[in-house]
Design a protein around this ligand. Sequence first.
Ligand code: KPL
Length: 305
Amino acid sequence: MTEWTILGAGALGCVIAGQLHQTGERVGFMLSERHRGHFHPNLDLITLSGRHQLIQSQPRFPEHARKVECLLVFTKAYHVLEALQELQHLPKSTPVILFNNGMGLSEQVKALLPDNPLLVGVCSHGAMKEQDWLVRHTGKGDTWLGPLNEAGKAWQHLIKPLAKALNHCEWSDDIALHQRRKLAVNAVINPLTAQYNISNGQLAEPRFKEAVEQLSDEVYQVISNLDASSAESREDFRRRLAQVIELTAANHSSMQQDVTHGRKSEIDYITGYILQHAEGIPVPVNQQLYDEIKNREMHKTKLAA
Ligand code: KPL
């Protein structure tokens, strides 16, 4: 049985670790240098039914990378490259699955790990970090897995244990399509909830109707322009967006959590990606939200310095 090593003990990484553990899979956490010397309690996962599930796992550090059998990367998008660079002893045969939010890292990861089987995971489970090592599973979702390079194509069998643990996991040869669809939802929910400091569900209130509509129209146009042949209709996108807002109504988006806690956000990989790929499509609402959130990040960094 493959051992799954989770890189990035954030909310979603911990929830997936807990779900895998629950179905008898072996799971470990790879910690980065900045966690060395800290105390590591067991992971306490609050399941959907409100039960506490304790997960014991020996923390691993970069020098243990040569033993990693399958690496699941849940690190924040802006830490992915740095965290992978630390794993110099990672065997070239180890599959690496990128689950990070946003887009724009694929080419750099391919250049960094040219021999490893590379895959992308797109997962819509809801997760919330209550404190370090205490994480709540807030909603069931879907998971898609697909190859990022030729070697990744041989790892389709990983969907079986993932489907058992996560309720759903399917293979897609066009995983970029699923990435784009998730990015489109994140590009509406995340910056708006961060800017107005609200839960996902509050976006359904009439006072945010106009902002949601304007932003989703801009995002829809940019995303469908990236690959017109696989684009969903505007109505389907709106329906899907409304469904995610409803299903994650009690959640605070990852960007809202990052911004309110004064952490760096993934705005560059979400809204930044939309701005970079606008190709002449007017995106004033995206630009405004991008500028405001970057401004707040810079201000926080200055205060912390
Ligand atoms: O993926 C998410 C995030 O917070 O990053 C959503 C789907 C918006 C759920 O909160």
